[in-house]
Design a protein around this ligand. Structure first.
Ligand code: F6P
Length: 411
């Protein structure tokens, strides 16, 4: 009798909780009696080179599961690899299915964002057309929170928490020096074409902190002259101005602001330009136009790897969706992605649902215009109420010699 084996991979940009989903897959697969749980090394790209591990050689105890849940980045390694359309290159699909057959794989799980769901879509379509029995399930993951049909994505809450906390700290730092001279601080946040994470800086507005003064999301064209005039007006009222901008803000002519400084040259296989340098460019622009001290701060990969600051809600939900994918595949589902359904805000409750991956792959869920203020320079209370429950709670890192400990792949 064929063995019941399962294989899991991680794909796309890492998050602080992508490994919690891996832990959820592993634990549930064990509980459901799967024989071997394989991990693809560097996703589908590594699998094509027959790079994989038996996860039981890596995870030995419940303690390792707990450590994995607190380990940032992709434990198995990730990739940004676009499978060709099925009719364009059948050989690549034949190769993948030959490897899956050799390993006696019954279930294939891919943890990733909308580009990674394209892989699940193509593999499940191919399996159905060619009569292969493997089930293909997607587990959502992205700090960008831009996946359709799920209330939010694992990884977003923790990145939002880190961003909001760091914004508060930056504001304190800037205020300390705001005496008899103006100072403008611009913070650049990831998220590509979706402003969910940039808007999370508004959470920094608390009892003892005013929060950022301006927030610019990529969903609305950025008018650089109006921006300068607004900052000048603000400087008449206060000496320290804090501005949050998305890495993906674009001029009305469609160019990314970061392209003005010569950034965004690298383009990944999914056609995404690498975005960086927006804050630095705007800091230089304002310094030249206004003539005061400016500083550009780019959170960059810190915002997706800060597991010491992860949200408990996020880690728990990431674990839940991993387990739900195994359960769904085991019960016969394929070509689907697990989603998070919000049941209530207060107390916050959520559950795992499931959706056709064809409706999710390659789609981007953007911040609705109605969740921004009139001139799109801030987010509304509705936006803040949506995010607030997702940053709650902590998982204390396991500290060794003053630093968080991580579980790392042994080869
Ligand atoms: O997809 C998540 C993400 O973090 C985006 O917000 C960001 O633009 C991109 O990844 C950066 O990717 P990379 O690390 O490959 O440059």
């Amino acid at each position: 009798m064929a063995k019941r084996n399962i294989i899991v991979g991680q794909s796309g940009g890492p998050t602080a909780v992508i490994n919690s989903s891996l832990a959820g897959v592993y634990k549930t697969a064990r509980e459901r009696g799967f024989h071997t749980v394989y991990g693809m090394l560097h996703g589908i790209q590594g699998l094509l080179d027959e790079q994989y591990v038996d996860l039981s050689t890596q995870i030995h105890s419940d303690m390792d599961i707990e450590l994995l849940k607190r380990t940032p980045s992709a434990f198995l390694g990730s990739c940004r690899y676009k499978l060709p359309e099925i009719h364009e290159d059948m050989e690549i699909y034949e190769k993948i299915f030959a490897i899956l057959d050799k390993l006696e794989i019954e279930v294939f799980i891919y943890i990733g964002g909308n580009d990674s769901m394209d892989t699940i879509k193509k593999l499940s379509d191919y399996a159905i057309v060619k009569g292969h029995s493997q089930k293909f399930l997607g587990v959502p993951k992205t700090i960008d929170n831009d996946l359709a049909l799920t209330d939010h994505t694992p990884g977003f809450g923790s990145a939002a928490k880190y961003i909001a906390a760091s914004t508060k700290e930056i504001i304190r730092d800037a205020l300390g020096l705001a005496y008899k001279k103006d100072m403008i601080t611009i913070i650049e946040i990831m998220g590509r074409n979706a402003g969910w994470l940039t808007g999370a800086t508004a959470l920094a507005k608390t009892e003892e902190c005013d929060g950022p003064d301006l927030i610019y999301l990529p969903e609305v064209p950025f008018d650089i002259e109006k921006f300068r005039d607004k900052v000048k007006e603000l400087l008449k009222q206060k000496q320290s101005i804090i501005i949050a901008v998305s890495e993906g803000i674009k001029l009305p002519d469609g160019r990314y602001v970061c392209e003005l400084s010569g950034g965004a040259d690298y383009v990944d296989p999914f056609g995404h330009k690498q975005l960086a340098g927006t804050a630095a460019y705007l800091a230089g622009f304002l310094a030249a136009e206004i003539g005061c001290k400016t500083r550009g701060i780019e959170f960059s990969t810190l915002q997706r790897s800060a597991s010491h600051m992860a949200s408990r809600v996020d880690i728990d939900e990431a674990f839940m969706v991993g387990g739900a994918a195994v359960k769904a595949a085991d019960e016969g589902d394929t070509g689907k992605m697990v989603v998070i359904d919000r049941l209530s805000d207060d107390p916050y409750m959520s559950t795992a649902g499931i959706y056709d991956v064809h409706k999710i792959a390659n789609n981007e869920k953007l911040v609705p215009r109605s969740w921004m203020n009139e001139d799109a320079s801030y987010v509304t209370d509705e936006f803040i109420n949506y995010i607030e429950p997702l940053i709650q709670g902590d998982y204390t890192p396991f500290m060794v010699n003053g630093l968080p400990q991580h579980l790392v792949l042994k080869r």
